[in-house]
Ligand binder design. Structure first.
Ligand code: FE
Ligand code: FE
Length: 163
């Protein structure tokens, strides 16, 4: 029989995964902000960069709570999403559909984060880690709000402009 992997280990692994991702996202956001044409979109990215720094700090707090060093593991999913986003920026960045392309790429990132935090906060709950659950839910809310903000920007100008 295969050795049992406990939920604690799964939680720890996924925490390392999102920690790696948040750090990559922190590097990617300024590129997206630089590529954005509208001042509103630029501002949205700058605001979310500040939030992302807090997300990293919260994850470091959760590592402390489980008595593990804050360390990331390479996450192929976020690598792929960010690579695709960079490609979109190259191909469409200077065109009239640039902001629509950047928003779409950024929303893929937020949805990735939403799935990770959504999972982790449920696992934290099952594991009886209430403080960790609260921190993870705070971040989850900010990711969801960011996603909604991007949808509003897409609806208000970017998609029409692109069409
Ligand atoms: Fe985040
Ligand atoms: Fe985010």
């Amino acid at each position: 029989m295969a050795t049992e992997k406990k939920l604690e280990e799964l939680f720890h692994h996924t925490l390392q995964d999102i920690y790696y991702a948040e750090k990559q996202i922190l590097k990617a956001i300024p590129k997206m902000a630089a590529g954005a044409k509208s001042p509103e979109l630029k501002k949205a990215f700058e605001h979310h960069k500040d939030q992302t720094e807090v997300h990293v700090t919260r994850l470091e707090d959760v590592f402390k709570m489980i008595g593990q060093p804050a360390k990331g593991v390479k996450c192929d999913a976020i690598e792929g999403i960010l690579k695709e986003g960079e490609g979109a920026l190259e191909d469409f960045g200077k065109s009239i559909s640039g902001d629509a392309a950047i928003i779409a790429a950024a929303q893929a990132v937020e949805h990735y984060e939403i799935t990770r935090y959504g999972t982790l906060r449920r696992w934290a709950k099952v594991l009886g880690m209430n403080d960790a659950q609260v921190l993870l839910e705070m971040t989850l809310k900010e990711e969801a709000a960011t996603d909604e903000g991007l949808t509003s920007l897409a609806d208000s100008y970017a998609n029409k402009q692109a069409a």
